[in-house]
Unconditional design. Structure first.
Length: 606
């Protein structure tokens, strides 16, 4: 499940970081044929891989634990291939652009994302379909193929519930009349606060819906269930319900807990685990789950997602700028076709994906492994001995056919966990040391993520680094291609963002000499002549002349606003009022700003 969380995040990131502002370059038949061919080739490859694996399994060599490790590696490799093919569908077969041709779909990003998720689930379902015979024999889970595929889907879909609810809330909020004018909501602070609050609410109430989705039933109806409930009450643990977890027809050896607050907190245990473990061992497993609640691990996961959101906001801009100055891609920016822009967006998506993988697999994975260790040690403390939780872990490893010596990114290996638990017999204060280590590590994380988030989103280092890279590369290209209007315009805009007023104005002036009909250059130069921070660079009379030329070429609201301000600063208040009224009439956005300008001019006239 944890791997699939990363898979779905990657897929949604690939889908969102793609170009969709134009119609597809290729025909629908070409795109559909390409998608079908990719799936057929993928299905054939999956069938071949699992057929060879099943033959190796039937031969009895090598050992089962080694085969289990190889199986995990194979499914990982195929899942990554599925992500690659999904990216091909988005970036080369224009899937997103074709989806946006469906009437009404463009207004709801949640529906677009659902179409993308369905395609990726289709690829995952293909893996599960062909993996079934091998999985059934290797891990001794006797379920039907249909149940195996549907259980995988049913098991993994809840990781998308928070995304669905959050995206739907954004979509509905964007339809409200005040959403577009809310500066706070559209700012970084507003988006992070909205994301944090909404995700926290979901983490609180979502478990109630997930337990229905999985078809969980109260466990207290059985004798063992009543004894476990008595154990939890005896330990003073507050929760909503102890549930039977019927995922994979209850054949998996596993348990889990979900919910931050006791009112919506559920503990789930599968039938297979109930049958395999003794009562003391089951109690130790529940004590392990209690440890997750005791140390607020689910709340920490919410904070980790918010932390990633904070740094990804800043890094996305940096990646765009770096891609912009990379020579092979810089030429694509000036191209108008969708394929060129798609390649540019792909170049931005790749480093974003690497950042995501590093963050979740290594940073968040580090804490997840130590959270599991905290819960293990808590169970040993609650039970008064590590023996029961050790026995439970060893039984689970043996009966499930999984290697006890192979760790993964979110769990230490069974062997490592057992060794740590046995060490408590020699070091009784080991649990306290582990708690202190996790706390110090999290404080270091907060300091690092806070510092990095500040400098990436608000500090000068981001803008200076990015703009310096862009300006140097554009200057070099302009030297190679003197007189290139597009390069010069891009460089002027970068200079303007860097606050280099004199260089910006000189470049705009040069552009107007090269091409007197460049309305954007005329307008931007006029605006700077009116508003430059250095008063020596201002020239109201020339600004008025340039603004009139820009409006004559393109009478758009932004240019009309510049002309109105030029009239106002040259004492032509009546003309300024008339011009800004024209801008208001034509404007589809920023009407509040234009109306404020009109009030300013009217006040001056009065």
């Amino acid at each position: 499940m944890f791997n699939n969380i990363i898979y779905f995040i990657v897929v949604l990131l690939i889908f969102n970081v793609s170009y969709s502002d134009t119609s597809p370059d290729d025909s629908l038949l070409f795109s559909a044929t390409g998608l079908l061919f990719c799936w057929v080739a993928f299905a054939g490859y999956c069938r071949r891989c699992f057929y060879r694996f099943h033959r190796l399994l039937a031969s009895g060599e090598p050992a089962g634990s080694i085969l289990a490790e190889r199986y995990e590696r194979l499914t990982l490799r195929l899942s990554i291939l599925a992500i690659v093919l999904f990216a091909v569908a988005i970036y080369f077969f224009s899937l997103k652009q074709w989806l946006l041709t469906i009437p009404g779909l463009g207004a709801f990003s949640v529906l677009q994302g659902l179409f993308a998720i369905v395609l990726f689930l289709f690829y995952l379902g293909t893996i599960w379909y062909f993996a079934y015979p091998t999985y059934r024999v290797l891990f001794r889970v006797h379920v039907t193929r249909r149940s195996f595929v549907l259980s995988n889907i049913r098991f993994n879909l809840p990781v998308l519930f928070p995304w669905f609810a959050l995206t739907l809330a954004y979509d509905l909020l964007s339809l409200t009349p005040w959403a577009s004018s809310s500066e706070f909501l559209n700012s970084l602070y507003g988006q992070v606060l909205f994301f944090a609050v909404f995700l926290s609410l979901l983490a609180v109430v979502m478990p109630k819906f997930i337990q229905y989705w999985w078809g969980c039933q109260p466990l207290e109806t059985s004798e063992k269930g009543r004894q476990l409930a008595d154990f939890l009450r005896g330990k003073g643990f507050r929760y909503r319900r102890l549930l039977n977890w019927p995922i994979f027809e209850g054949r998996l050896l596993t348990a889990g807990i979900m919910g931050i607050v006791p009112r919506y907190r559920y503990i789930m245990v599968t039938d297979a685990l109930m049958s395999a473990l003794s009562m003391e061992e089951l109690e130790s497993v529940l004590a392990h789950e209690m440890g997750h609640a005791r140390y607020f691990h689910l709340l920490f996961y919410v904070l980790f997602f918010v932390g990633f959101m904070v740094i990804s906001f800043g890094l996305s801009d940096v990646y765009i700028y770096i891609a912009y100055v990379w020579s092979p891609l810089a030429d694509l920016i000036s191209e108008d076709d969708a394929r060129s822009m798609t390649l540019f967006y792909l170049s931005v998506a790749v480093p974003m994906l690497l950042t995501l993988l590093i963050y979740f697999r290594y940073i968040m994975g580090f804490f997840m492994r130590h959270f599991e260790r905290q819960a293990d040690l808590y169970a040993a403390t609650i039970m008064g001995t590590p023996a029961f939780i050790v026995n439970a872990l060893e039984k689970i490893a043996y009966l499930s056919g999984k290697s006890r010596d192979v760790p993964n990114w979110h769990h230490f290996s069974i062997g490592q966990r057992v060794a740590c638990l046995l060490k408590t017999l020699e070091v009784p204060r080991l649990a306290r040391k582990q708690n202190r280590f996790v706390l110090i590590s999290f404080l270091v994380y907060l300091a690092c993520i806070g510092t990095l988030g500040y400098y990436l989103n608000f500090g000068d280092i981001k803008s200076h680094m990015a703009y310096d890279l862009v300006s140097k590369e554009l200057s070099r290209k302009l030297d190679e291609h003197p007189g290139d209007i597009r390069l010069a315009m891009n460089l002027a805009m970068v200079y303007q963002r860097m606050g280099k007023e004199a260089e910006t104005m000189a470049l705009y002036d040069q552009i107007t000499q090269w091409s007197p009909h460049q309305a954007v250059a005329l307008n931007n130069l006029a605006w700077m002549l009116l508003t430059a921070e250095n008063p020596l660079l201002r020239n109201n009379a020339r600004a008025l002349s340039l603004a009139r030329k820009a409006v004559a070429l393109q009478p758009v609201p932004q240019f009309l606003d510049t002309l109105a301000e030029a009239c106002y600063q040259n004492g032509l208040t009546d003309e300024a009022i008339h011009v800004i009224q024209e801008a208001i009439k034509e404007a589809k956005e920023n009407r509040d700003y234009y109306e404020a300008q009109l009030e300013k001019y009217r006040f001056q006239r009065r």
